[in-house]
Write a protein that binds this ligand. Structure first.
Ligand code: NAP
Ligand code: 8YV
Length: 314
């Protein structure tokens, strides 16, 4: 029996590729010579779209596929999917929450330790033979005993908070609502939190509401000794102001896994020494990417069988 057609929006790992091919016929959208023609060809038969968190799915694709039932996204953040268009078309949307919490939290910690202890700079120092020529590196700060504010104390934010407590840091948080059962102090205002902490870690989703939430004022409140860590979305941060403040020393440092216009990272940011940069690797371990792929497939299979979806967004 022929397998149902699935539109794949962007490249995926071998594990997910193999698992998908067991249950659907995969059509690679990014390889289409004529995207419109591929959509027209698949219009009568495509029942699923599989996509990545960065690629998402625009309204044009949803509207071009009248038999579409589900968009299964490989990632927890679904800001790049036109969720309103999906809802209007009666199309379900799923994501991959929870299975990536530990990996993203580890990456947040790696970024913080890297920035604080000058790990990338130290690595370069040794490789360039400067230790032998120039002697020891300058002394560094420590995370121990410092205050950290988490903007977005959700699944990932909580996994980060647990690890930062183990680093003997004092954890506080900002979100839209206070979480009475959490042991951390709550700030209703991100700027007030920034004023009171040494580190600010972003773990909230990219939405209209969070766009630019880390404004120039918030970063100025964080101050010359303060450090910003972003493992959520580049859209949360006023990136031009971030670069200016880092250049002027009005913000102490930044450790960033995500950027406003990925994979493009501003030259001026790349030239700074008080930053640690990663290419959106938060969930990029073998174990986590495999678990994310399995959850994508489990959601597709549930939809195909008429079972309840495992992790629905819409
Ligand atoms: P989650 O469980 O939904 O947590 C999000 C948190 O953000 C919630 O605590 C929420 O609290 C807060 N929040 C939402 N809107 C807010 C607003 N307007 N202002 C302030 N706080 C707000 O999500 P998650 O699973 O932890 O994932 C968080 C995000 O991490 C994802 O959406 C994705 O963008 C990003 N991510 C990045 C990577 C990476 O590779 N770097 C990997 C995975 C995920 P309230 O509802 O109380 O406001
Ligand atoms: C992925 C992410 O790198 O889950 C998310 O929201 O940003 C990351 O896990 C991305 O979705 C890859 O498709």
């Amino acid at each position: 029996m022929s397998k149902p057609d699935c539109l794949l929006m962007s490249p995926i790992n071998d594990h997910l590729q193999a698992r998908l091919e067991e249950i659907v016929t995969v059509h690679r959208y990014w390889e289409a010579e004529e995207a419109v023609a591929m959509l027209a060809q698949l219009a009568p038969t495509a029942r699923s779209v599989v996509t990545g968190g960065g690629t998402g799915c625009p309204a044009e694709v949803i509207q071009a596929l009248p038999n579409l039932e589900i968009i299964a996204s490989f990632g927890v953040g679904y800001d790049a999917i036109d969720v309103d268009a999906a809802r209007a078309a009666g199309v379900r949307v799923t994501n991959t929450p929870d299975v990536l919490n530990d990996c993203v939290a580890e990456v947040a910690l790696a970024l913080m330790l890297g920035l604080c202890h000058l790990v990338p700079q130290s690595d370069r120092y040794v490789r360039e033979g400067r230790w032998e020529r120039e002697g020891n590196m300058p002394l560094t700060a420590e995370l121990t005993g410092r205050r950290v504010g988490i903007l977005g104390l959700g699944r990932i934010g909580k996994a980060i908070a647990t690890r930062l407590q183990a680093m003997k840091m004092r954890v506080v948080y900002h979100g839209r609502t206070e979480q009475a059962d959490e042991p951390y102090a709550y700030y209703a205002d991100p700027e007030a939190m920034a004023r009171d902490v040494d580190w600010m870690v972003l773990a909230a989703p990219g939405t209209g509401e969070t766009e630019g939430i880390v404004s120039r004022r918030v970063m100025e409140a964080l101050g010359p000794q303060g450090c910003l860590v972003n493992v959520s979305r580049g859209s949360l941060v006023a990136e031009a102001a971030l670069i200016e403040l880092l250049e002027e020393g009005a913000l102490g440092g930044a450790a960033l896994d995500v950027f406003a216009d990925e994979p493009r990272v501003p030259e001026r940011l790349r030239g700074l020494d008080n930053v640690v940069l990663m290419p959106h690797q938060g969930s990029a371990s073998h174990k986590t990417r495999r678990a994310m792929g399995d959850l994508v497939v489990a959601n597709l299979q549930a939809q195909m069988r008429g079972d309840p979806l495992l992790t629905p967004v819409v």
